[in-house]
Design a protein. Structure first.
Length: 150
């Protein structure tokens, strides 16, 4: 099996470290995974380990702001995944593209807590959290699997 990893939404800090640690400890052969392909920008890929089974594909659009990253994910990732992998792991929690099967990861409970969203008042942040809730809910419903972190 070939595993693809969407790191289009991983930009700095904890997201990079989390992906780095997963890949450092990974033993793909033990799970019948022959190849792992990671699509991402410079920041995450420059921090990932060098492994014989790991292929890092830098995408220059993923060094840009969120609209360009979302556009790339929605228009290019599905085709790349179809050509290159059997399963897609979406680390950022949002995937609205057409490739199946995929697995997503759940990390941010705040967007699902109406009390927490309400603390923001009607503001730009409140709208952002509501949009995230919608997008992540759809992602999780459509996913073949969900990894929940506490």
């Amino acid at each position: 099996m070939r595993l693809g990893i969407d790191a289009s939404n991983v930009r700095s800090g904890g997201g990079i470290i989390h992906l780095q640690k997963i890949l450092e400890q990974a033993e793909p052969e033990a799970h019948l995974i022959s190849r792992v392909i990671v699509w991402g920008g410079d920041a995450p890929l420059d921090n990932l380990p060098d492994k014989p089974w790991l292929e890092l594909r830098k995408i220059s659009n993923l060094n840009q702001q969120i609209p360009q990253r979302i556009f790339w994910q929605q228009t290019k990732l599905g085709k790349l995944a179809t050509e290159s992998c059997d399963l897609l792991f979406v680390t950022g929690g949002i995937y609205l593209g057409g490739f199946r099967p995929y697995v997503s990861m759940f990390q941010n409970m705040q967007i699902f807590e109406s009390k927490e969203r309400s603390r923001e008042g009607f503001s730009r942040e409140w709208v952002r959290l509501c949009l995230l809730k919608y997008a992540q809910s759809k992602t999780f419903r459509d996913a073949s699997g969900l990894i929940c972190l506490s």
